[in-house]
Design a protein around this ligand. Structure first.
Ligand code: GSH
Length: 222
């Protein structure tokens, strides 16, 4: 078995695939492609130029895929145990909704509006616009945290009483938020803060976070 991920480990979408693979006990290698400095032929496997891309060399060519949701769906079908998508139709659909919510509004708000400013711009030697970060923290994120808190309620997981792709996709976005110095206010959103802490303590997440942290600290200190 030779599974390959193309992409930078600090991408929340790359981490989503890595966490799925870790939860399923799959071995893989990473080719650390940056979307901003990708080799010219990268668009042959990722037509939008985005990371992650993926290859399963057990298959004859073409054996590549791109887009984290597509890759995770492939992994779920090829390696069904443990299941990371609920089997009941409504729960499955709800999990896909949270995956969409995280990949769209959470990624945009925490990524573009926060992690990009404080971390990616430093890597690109561009100036951080702290006003953008403050708007994100004070105006854009609170309604999203209100929504997630209400959806979680007092439950351990977002959907169907079990860990799923919904939890993985929401929690990976919050890793980038924390890498950029964000903190969920535990006084205002106690259950959400405790839930994200629990998700990030899972071995699958912790291994990624521990591996990424020294790089993030170096970038933020520069
Ligand atoms: N829907 C895609 C989004 C991937 C994505 O936006 N990745 C970012 C890095 S975190 C990227 O490659 N950005 C470069 C670009 O959009 O040109 C997925 O789920 O994989």
């Amino acid at each position: 078995m030779a599974l390959m991920i193309y992409g930078s480990t600090v991408s929340p979408f790359v981490r989503k695939v890595r966490v799925v693979m870790a939860e399923k006990g799959l071995q893989y290698t990473i080719d650390p492609v940056s979307p901003f400095r990708a080799p010219p032929d990268f668009r042959e496997i990722s037509p939008l130029g985005r990371i992650p891309a993926f290859r399963d060399t057990d298959l004859p060519e073409p054996n590549h895929l791109c887009d984290s949701s597509v890759i995770c769906d492939y992994l779920e079908h090829k390696y069904p145990t443990p299941a990371l998508y609920p089997s009941a139709p409504y729960d499955r659909a709800r999990a896909l909704w949270f995956e969409e919510y995280a990949d769209s509004i959470l990624a945009e708000t925490m990524g573009r509006g926060f992690f990009f400013e404080r971390v990616v711009k430093k890597i690109l030697k561009a100036a951080t616009d702290e006003a953008v970060c403050q708007t994100t923290l004070t105006e854009k994120l609170p309604p999203l945290f209100d929504y997630l808190s209400a959806q979680l309620g007092g439950n351990e997981y977002l959907v169907g009483g079990a860990f799923s792709i919904a939890d993985i996709t929401v929690a990976t976005m919050l890793v980038n938020f924390e890498h950029a110095g964000g903190v969920i206010d535990a006084a205002r959103w106690p259950k959400l803060a405790a839930y994200i802490k629990r998700m990030h303590e899972r071995p699958s997440f912790k291994a990624c976070i521990d591996e990424e942290r020294p790089f993030i600290e170096r970038v933020r200190a520069a």
